[in-house]
Design a protein around this ligand. Structure first.
Ligand SMILES: NC(=O)c1ccc[n+]([C@@H]2O[C@H](COP(=O)([O-])OP(=O)(O)OC[C@H]3O[C@@H](n4cnc5c(N)ncnc54)[C@H](OP(=O)(O)O)[C@@H]3O)[C@@H](O)[C@H]2O)c1
Length: 258
């Protein structure tokens, strides 16, 4: 039987690959047979992930890139194409969670959220989509969040710019999916629930009160474990999802069940 999840011969670009969910996904892509281009600002951390990838026998390159800076994105994607010749998969994963509500946060913090979480996806896609169109094949996966559709309640973690920017990711995903389907490109989104990473270890995972509330109200009774996002990412990145367009799958143990 054909393995619909096989990524042999494919090249995947992963933004935010220097830590957390992006680094985990990069390894999963390599284990599924893809060569990978690792993008983030901290190149020394990317080099560590690259070493892990190379142990699988796949090729990896580490490319320093701030996804909110058009010139850096253009140069980074150029570097990937020079190295591998083509791009088949794009995981738009880079993201930040800035705290604050509309009555307390600065305009600078608001803009920072949107520059990374939304403009970053726009810019990287802007330079990748033409390559996918030219080869009539591409898989784009945008990492949104459960917080695109569900707000954390109470005063513990108020992150209005995060909620808004992650909702914007869903709108962008739908628009891109509708436009690029005819070019053989699928665009879908994944919404992680709570996973431990650099983003969450110093905040959500530090609060016993928040963790207790999460575990008590989450049907699985626990946060996600490292690697538990990869199956959904691989599904949207492989031919297993060849006719799936503009969809959003939440991976959260059931917190978002309504
Ligand atoms: N962990 C969770 O519970 C959770 C839940 C829902 C959604 N998510 C989403 O999952 C994604 C990954 O987050 P994570 O939890 O794995 O957190 P993380 O460990 O903090 O990873 C974030 C990644 O984004 C990169 N990044 C941030 N700003 C960037 C920029 N301007 N340009 C390029 N790269 C940038 C960081 O690398 P550098 O600092 O090296 O640039 C890092 O690799 C994010 O989009 C996040 O919103 C996470």
């Amino acid at each position: 039987m054909t393995n619909l999840f096989d990524l042999s011969g494919k090249v995947a670009v992963i933004t935010g690959a220097s830590s957390g969910l992006g680094a985990d996904a990069a390894l999963a892509y390599a284990q599924a047979g893809a060569d990978v281009a690792l993008l983030a600002r901290r190149v020394e951390k990317l080099e560590n992930v690259k070493s892990e990838i190379e142990k699988t026998g796949r090729k990896a390159i580490a490319v320093g890139c701030d996804v909110s800076d058009e010139n850096k994105v253009k140069a980074a994607i150029g570097q990937v194409v020079d190295a591998f010749g083509h791009i088949d998969i794009l995981l738009n994963n880079a993201g930040i969670a800035v705290g604050g509500g509309v009555d307390s946060m600065s305009v600078e913090d608001w803009d920072k959220s949107f520059d990374t979480n939304v403009k970053g996806i726009f810019l990287v896609s802007k330079y990748v989509v033409p390559h996918m169109k030219a080869q009539s094949y591409g898989k784009i996966v945008n990492i949104a969040s459960i917080n695109a559709v569900i707000a954390d309640k109470g005063d513990m973690f108020i992150r209005h710019s995060y909620n808004a920017s992650k909702s914007a990711v869903l709108g962008l995903t739908k628009g891109m999916a509708a436009s690029y389907a005819r070019y053989g490109i699928t665009v879908n989104a994944v919404g992680p629930g709570l996973f431990e990473s650099e983003m969450t270890s110093g905040t959500l995972f530090k609060s016993d009160e928040f963790l207790k509330l999460y575990n008590n109200t989450n049907p699985a009774g626990r946060p996600g474990k490292r690697g538990e996002l990869n199956g959904t990412i691989l599904y949207f990145s492989s031919d297993a999802s060849s006719y799936v367009q503009g969809q959003f799958v939440i991976v959260d143990g059931g917190s978002a069940i309504v």
